[in-house]
Design a binder for this molecule. Structure first.
Ligand code: FE
Length: 145
């Protein structure tokens, strides 16, 4: 699903395998390394992406899938935990054949080419998630008590 090398102790360079789904592979990597807090960034190429748009009026996500070859011009996000499990918050911007870009909150993306990520873990740091009634989001939680 991926290959990686460790740098600086808490940082990793990842090369995800072709045709895997990005969020699935990244979750598997975080589980393997026990990463529950951190940051991720990367670039690559994909053939499909599903974005979510939070409609503040109804506090619900509207999903849309794009099936076409795109360059990942930026993938950025964070790693936290919810109920002791890896919780990813990823945003992705992709460029199309005509060089225009689309992007948003990422639900899933299928690699078609390559995907190169940098992951930095924050060992010993608690970054949890709690549901927020006002926004409908799972916001950061820094205090377990
Ligand atoms: Fe988001």
């Amino acid at each position: 699903m991926y290959k990686y090398t460790e740098v600086k102790g808490n940082s990793f360079v990842l090369s995800l395998d072709n045709h895997v789904e990005v969020a699935e592979a990244l979750t598997a990597f975080c589980k393997e390394k026990g990463i529950l807090s951190g940051t991720v960034s990367g670039i690559g190429a994909i053939s499909e992406a599903t974005f979510r748009f939070l409609d503040p009026a109804i506090k619900q996500y509207v999903d849309r899938t794009f099936r076409e070859q795109m360059e990942v011009t930026n993938l950025t996000g964070n790693i936290s935990q919810k109920n002791g499990e890896v919780y990813l918050h990823l945003h992705l911007t992709a460029s199309r054949r005509d060089y225009t870009c689309i992007g948003g909150h990422l639900l899933s993306a299928r690699i078609n080419g390559a995907c190169e990520l940098f992951v930095e873990s924050f060992p010993g740091t608690y970054t949890g998630r709690r549901p927020d009634a006002e926004t409908g989001l799972n916001l950061y939680e820094f205090d377990k008590s």
